[in-house]
Write a new protein. Structure first.
Length: 363
């Protein structure tokens, strides 16, 4: 399953965000290190900033540089003028979006899409066609789109409001497959409104789809999108073999990209958050001094992160005993009590400082 990184485009749509061309280029070069197949930079027809960022990134990355466009020839011309490698044309086929957003009919939208696709083909521009609100669209319309439009490499089905669950995702994909749709031509785009974007992406990957959109730290509209790092790490630790990413530095690279964009990381964000690999509870730290796997799904160092054991008021007698043993200090009841008192007074402290305190008790 190919991954398209949409961090720069989706993140830029959040309220109060306005990434400069310099930020997009610098962050894009970081994202390229993760081994994604394409990087969606922005919406070139909207202004010079996205044109400049796209043009400057083109040719500098292993990933294809992509811009988005409405189903309008002028939007596609802007992609071509920005020297993008490919285009993602977006449009809805759902009744709700056609009636309310586009104010056009289903047959008229199909004709408009055909004109846009032919325009991209005339320019020799590889493309994805993303169907907005795709998971709430009549499956018969999705099937017709796959049958009618053979030029796009992928037809993306978007969970625009983030309301899908893995069961519904699988049901939709099974319907398409039963109708003869080649699922390797299917792309997926999930939002995180119910907290299921990563699970939905993995479910789609296991069903056999060919492409998925992801963003670093779920950065994107509203609750965001499927997190690149969550999809990649989940796939690796479950031996899913769904995606190919450069995993050994995924944490520091994601952190660097977010820092360039002036985006903060929630300390409890899976994979990237500081608290995720930080342990203080007495039972946890005592056990992890012997075997970290008992309270960790993965070794953070595998992905460029680090584990932090914290000692303080929450440290129990078992943890204190192990600290004393590691410091070659007699783990007597008196020393354990003294160490716990010191940790409660001076803590929280990291593992190195806790061991130093334990060593001083033996002197």
């Amino acid at each position: 399953m190919q991954l398209t990184d949409v961090t720069l485009r989706e993140g830029g749509q959040l309220p109060g965000r306005s990434y400069s061309a310099d930020q997009k280029v610098a962050a894009g070069l970081q994202l390229d290190q993760l081994g994604v197949s394409s990087i969606q930079v922005g919406f070139p027809v909207t202004g010079q900033r996205d044109v400049t960022a796209t043009r400057r990134l083109a040719g500098q990355t292993d990933a294809a540089v992509e811009g988005i466009a409405r189903a309008l020839p002028g939007d596609i011309d802007a992609i071509v003028d920005a020297d993008a490698d490919r285009v993602d044309v977006f449009a809805p086929l759902s009744t709700a979006h056609l009636d309310t957003v586009m104010q056009t009919s289903y047959p008229e939208m199909l004709d408009q899409l055909e004109v846009a696709i032919d325009h991209a083909r005339d320019h020799g521009l590889p493309m994805t066609l993303t169907l907005m609100d795709g998971f709430r669209t009549d499956p018969a319309r999705l099937i017709e789109a796959f049958e009618r439009f053979d030029y796009p490499e992928h037809l993306g089905i978007a969970d625009t409001v983030g309301s899908e669950t893995p069961r519904e995702v699988r049901r939709t994909l099974d319907t398409l497959s039963t109708a003869g749709v080649d699922l390797t031509r299917v792309g997926v785009h999930f939002h995180e409104d119910l907290g299921l974007a990563t699970a939905n992406t993995l479910a789609a990957g296991r069903a056999g789809v060919g492409k998925a959109d992801v963003s670093v730290a779920s950065l994107g509209e509203r609750a965001g999108n499927a997190a690149l790092e969550e999809v990649a790490v989940s796939d690796i630790i479950t031996d899913g073999n769904l995606v190919e990413t450069a995993s050994s530095d995924i944490i520091p690279v994601c952190e660097a990209a977010l820092a360039i964009l002036d985006e903060k990381i929630d300390p409890r964000k899976p994979i990237l958050g500081a608290d995720v690999t930080r342990h203080e509870a007495g039972i946890h730290t005592a056990a992890m001094l012997d075997e970290p796997r008992v309270f960790e799904p993965f070794d953070p160092a595998t992905f460029g992160g680090r584990r932090e054991l914290v000692f303080g008021e929450g440290t129990g007698r078992g943890g204190a005993r192990k600290l004393l043993e590691q410091a070659d200090t007699d783990p007597s009841n008196d020393n354990i009590t003294q160490l716990l008192d010191r940790l409660a007074r001076d803590g929280p402290v990291d593992h190195v400082e806790a061991q130093a305190i334990a060593e001083r008790l033996g002197q």
